[in-house]
Write a protein that binds this ligand. Structure first.
Ligand code: SR1
Length: 399
């Protein structure tokens, strides 16, 4: 790490200028530091003709916490390489990486100025009819083409080694699968939720299932995951969406990425009971979310099955009964990981705007209880739930 130093705005400007021809000659550049990432430094470099790029630099610690939480800067290489790999598989749905520098742990990407963060848009009850189709395509392609269905055994193992990402995985292992189930100092629990949180700490049946999901997260390298695919890692406009921020990428269980997307939509559905007062408006937005949740799974399921049927490289994995069993397992895993995400966003360290922005405290607490209840049901019943419609029915019974 000898030549590494954290960037000033001047460094970021130089980095962007040296490693792209985006600005052309004789541009006057300016740079602003953005505060949109909890772990990294992020800069926007612009020229006087309105063109801009993003420079993201990993610090040797978590930006939002400080030096007491050290992290390897190798996560920038992993992030860049995940985005480049996913970008090859889904160019239109992945932010474009123009350059990355291992020594400076810095990445230069396109600036998604025409896009907004999906979480903010969903909190504002904006609707995007193509969302499920786009995300299902991203998930099916990135997960299939980085798995054993598509790669040779030796190549796959080499890839697993390139993307071990121990520090970032440990954050998820702790924040998603351990802290919410014990009285951990990192947890962020409102007084109104204290009793419900304490129930989680003593819920042996639930903890046995979370242990299974955590064990799979630790030891099931099925595909190269994004690793943090919630609605703050997705940028969107009326035509398209793009996935950003793959710093948590690693080879893990496919259901984890799918579950995180489902959880973002479910949290938004639950949150709107408190966010949107007008009943008609709320129901209309929630109906949109139900349709997207259903379409997301159905389209993923059909694309992934088609890929397995038509492109599977490995003879033994071409067995149709095996493929059917595989997709059922992915569905159950996705529901389990969605459940863990719902729970950790209520009682764990990192909360979400979908619930935090509910100004009426009573309503917010009600919504948080619903998220905990649904999270538990998804984890406990994930193997019995036969299809996504049963999940939607479960959601309607939360009221
Ligand atoms: C210290 S990082 C907290 C959370 O933010 C990220 O987006 C991940 O979801 C992580 O768990």
């Amino acid at each position: 790490m000898s030549d590494y130093h954290s960037f000033t705005t001047d460094d970021a400007m130089r980095f962007a200028d040296e490693h792209s021809d985006w600005f052309g000659e004789h541009s006057r550049l300016s740079c602003e530091k953005l505060g949109e990432d909890s772990l990294n430094l992020v800069f926007r470099v612009s020229n006087d003709k309105g063109r801009s790029l993003i420079v993201k630099q990993a610090l040797p610690y978590a930006y939002c916490v400080g030096e007491s939480w050290p992290l390897t800067i190798d996560r920038a290489r992993i992030e860049a390489e995940v985005l480049l790999k996913h970008g090859k598989l889904c160019p239109e749905l992945t932010v474009e990486v123009l350059h990355y520098d291992v020594t400076q742990a810095a990445i230069l990407t396109e600036d998604l100025k025409e896009y907004r963060m999906l979480r903010d848009e969903l909190v504002a009850a904006k609707q995007f009819p193509q969302l499920a189709e786009q995300l299902a395509s991203y998930l099916a392609n990135t997960l299939y083409y980085t798995s054993d269905f598509a790669l040779t055994g030796p190549n796959k193992k080499q890839q697993v080694g390139r993307f071990l990402n121990a520090d970032m995985c440990l954050i998820t292992e702790d924040l998603s699968f351990t802290d919410p189930y014990c009285n951990h100092e990192r947890n962020n629990i409102t007084p109104e939720l204290r009793t419900a949180a304490q129930q989680l700490w003593h819920d042996d049946a639930l903890q046995a299932e979370v242990a299974q999901l955590k064990a799979d997260f630790l030891s099931k390298p099925q595909a190269l995951l994004h690793g943090n695919l919630h609605s703050s890692s997705i940028f969107i406009n009326d035509d398209n969406c793009k996935v950003i921020a793959a710093g948590f990428g690693f080879y893990g269980p496919m259901g984890f990425d799918i579950g995180n997307v489902l959880a973002s939509l479910l949290l938004n559905y639950i949150g709107h009971t408190g966010l949107t007062e007008d009943v008609g408006h709320r129901q209309q937005h929630q109906q949109f979310l139900l349709e997207q949740i259903s379409a997301l799974w159905h389209q993923f399921d059909s694309s992934f099955k088609q890929l397995m049927a038509q492109e599977c490289r490995e003879p033994m994995l071409q067995n149709t009964a095996y493929q059917q069993r595989f997709i059922s397992q992915i569905f159950a895993d996705a529901l389990g990981y969605a459940g863990c995400e719902l729970i950790r966003r209520v009682v764990g360290m990192a909360h979400v705007a979908d619930l935090e922005q509910i100004s009426n405290k009573t309503l917010r607490t009600e919504c948080e209880h619903k998220a905990l209840k649904l999270g538990r049901q998804l984890i406990m019943q994930r193997r019995e739930l036969a299809n996504i419609e049963q999940v939607l029915t479960m959601l309607s019974y939360l009221e």
